[in-house]
Design a protein around this ligand. Structure first.
Ligand SMILES: Nc1ncnc2c1ncn2[C@@H]1O[C@H](COP(=O)(O)OP(=O)(O)O)[C@@H](O)[C@H]1O
Ligand SMILES: [Mg+2]
Length: 260
């Protein structure tokens, strides 16, 4: 595989308004990316393009070396896992955590096909790796937000995706649940068949060390993109936020403070 994601001059115009403008972005195999932008900056729109839910108004996209327009996006979608808080609400609450994870194999909401022993074993292994095996028999609806998110990540991993997209997965999590979720990303990075992680947030401090690359999105435009260490500098972030900020690195994690 040459490129995991390749966007060339991609724009999305809706009702005469540029929601995304001139995005040029490449994700190489083995890279994990964080996408940072304020609310409404176009992050989810950008993710919807990777999955083929939205078509660019202008420009070209290829995902896993398949060019949109020349391939079946439904097939491509099977290679992409997606975790977001909107998915969390759509799932059945009366199924057990294990059933929710198993349903990821068929990419369905609800478990229609009977899983075989191999699937159940696979689900168990993933749940153990993500620290949620003890929740297997608990009803999904009774899980805490943090537990739900980990179950959803396990569900997404059931189909062995090549790309795992996480759209603000830490929303509504307390700081402990957030740190636990972020550490599961480190576990995923150590898996044999690890997917490329695309992690979207508006919190800089959620950029854990696995994310060696960062894209800053502002008002639908790519402000800057590249190696995390060179993007998250005081100068670049102050320019991005249009206000003076300070960046402190602690244990490989960036923390920002506003100068008021
Ligand atoms: N389907 C749509 N139709 C019209 N406007 C949209 C649509 N989807 C998103 N937008 C607008 O595009 C902008 C970016 O939205 P979004 O990508 O959801 O931002 P983010 O995820 O960064 O918060 C917002 O102003 C939003 O209102
Ligand atoms: Mg969003």
């Amino acid at each position: 595989m040459e490129k995991v994601i390749h966007m060339k001059n991609v724009s999305w115009i809706c009702n005469g308004r540029h929601i995304l403008r001139n995005i040029n972005w490449e994700v190489n195999p083995g890279e994990h990316w964080a996408i940072i932008g304020l609310n409404g900056s176009g992050k989810t729109t950008l993710l919807n393009m990777i999955n083929g839910y939205l078509w660019p108004s202008t420009g070209e996209i290829s995902v896993l070396d398949k060019r949109f327009g020349d391939c079946d996006v439904r097939e491509l979608r099977k290679s992409t896992g997606w975790v977001s808080s909107s998915l969390q609400e759509r799932l059945y609450t009366t199924e057990t955590a294990e059933e929710i994870v198993l349903s990821g194999k068929f990419a369905t909401i609800g478990l229609y096909d009977r899983p075989d022993k191999k699937d159940i074993k696979h689900a168990r292994i993933i749940m153990e790796q993500l620290g949620c095996a003890h929740l297997a028999k608990q009803l999904y609806g009774t899980l805490s937000q943090g537990e739900k998110q980990r179950v959803l990540i396990a569900r997404a991993l059931m189909s062995s995706p090549k790309i795992l997209i996480l759209d603000e997965p830490c929303t509504a999590l307390d700081i402990f649940a957030r740190e636990q979720l972020l550490s599961t990303l480190e576990h995923i990075d150590r898996m044999d068949s690890k997917p490329t992680l695309i992690y979207v947030s508006h919190h800089i401090e959620e950029i854990v060390p696995v994310f060696k690359h960062t894209l800053l999105l502002r008002r639908g435009e790519m402000h800057s993109a590249g190696k995390t260490k060179s993007i998250l500098t005081k100068t670049n972030l102050s320019d991005f936020f249009e206000t003076l900020v300070n960046v402190e690195w602690r244990n490989g994690r960036p923390w920002i403070r506003l100068f008021t």
